[in-house]
Design a protein around this ligand. Structure first.
Ligand code: 5GP
Length: 113
């Protein structure tokens, strides 16, 4: 068995987080090291998908839910305008191999992720 990801440990309550969204299948939290005035993370509670391509192939409805929730959170936190980023692969900056969306907004610069 692989070690649980940091996001699985957050879902289990083993690591504290600031939650901004939760339903049966998805958790939304504030990023611990924000790269923009609004920097939220959205991920499935299950750790079975390492990246967005795996999620799209394995459970496209869950990916669509995450996109819809991202819009809802952006409406609440940054006027509905945002950047949605799924880093995919270590060379692209992915450090947690449990699929997650970065929702960035509130005044972005070119350097934001
Ligand atoms: P990645 O680099 O894999 O695309 O994104 C992982 C993100 O998770 C990073 O932006 C990083 O700051 C965030 N992160 C890593 N560990 C924790 C944590 O324990 N709590 C929170 N809230 N965010 C974390």
């Amino acid at each position: 068995m692989a070690e649980p990801s940091v996001f699985e440990r957050i879902v289990a309550g083993e690591i504290p987080s600031t939650k901004v969204f939760e339903n049966e299948r998805v958790l939304g939290i504030r990023d611990i090291a924000p790269k923009a005035p609004v920097h939220l993370l959205l991920f499935p509670k299950t750790g079975e998908y390492a990246n967005v391509a795996e999620l799209a192939a394995g459970d496209p409805a869950l990916l669509a839910d995450i996109v819809a929730i991202a819009q809802q959170l952006a409406d609440e936190h940054c006027g509905g305008q945002y950047r949605l980023v799924f880093n995919t692969g270590a060379d692209a900056g992915q450090t947690v191999f449990h699929v997650h969306a970065h929702v960035l907004g509130g005044g972005l610069t070119e350097a934001s992720l």
